[in-house]
Design a protein around this ligand. Structure first.
Ligand code: FES
Length: 91
């Protein structure tokens, strides 16, 4: 087996927005997860933050408090995040 490679992250901040849609039709993806991801990414681009990454995530385990967002390197979870009025600087 080939050895795995480990590299240091090139990002200063990495935001994972849950966009999951569960089999029962619930989940962050049904509450605006993708719209939130797009908005945060847009704000990052407008601010010229080249070391920010905003990615889609699968379920983060906080489905009842969605939209759930994980933020690194802080390692914090932000729950019940709303798209309306969201500000990147709050992450
Ligand atoms: S579906 Fe988003 S945290 Fe579970």
């Amino acid at each position: 087996m080939k050895e795995m490679k480990i590299v240091k992250t090139p990002y200063e901040k990495h935001i994972f927005v849950c966009c999951n849609v569960k089999a029962d039709g619930t989940g962050c993806g049904t509450r605006g997860g993708e719209e939130l991801r797009v908005e945060l990414k847009k704000q990052g681009l407008e601010k010229g933050l080249t070391k920010l990454r905003v990615n889609r995530s699968g379920c983060l385990g906080f489905c009842e408090e969605s939209i759930a967002v994980a933020v690194y390197p802080e390692g914090k979870f932000m729950l019940d995040v709303k798209v309306e009025g969201v500000r990147l600087e709050d992450f």
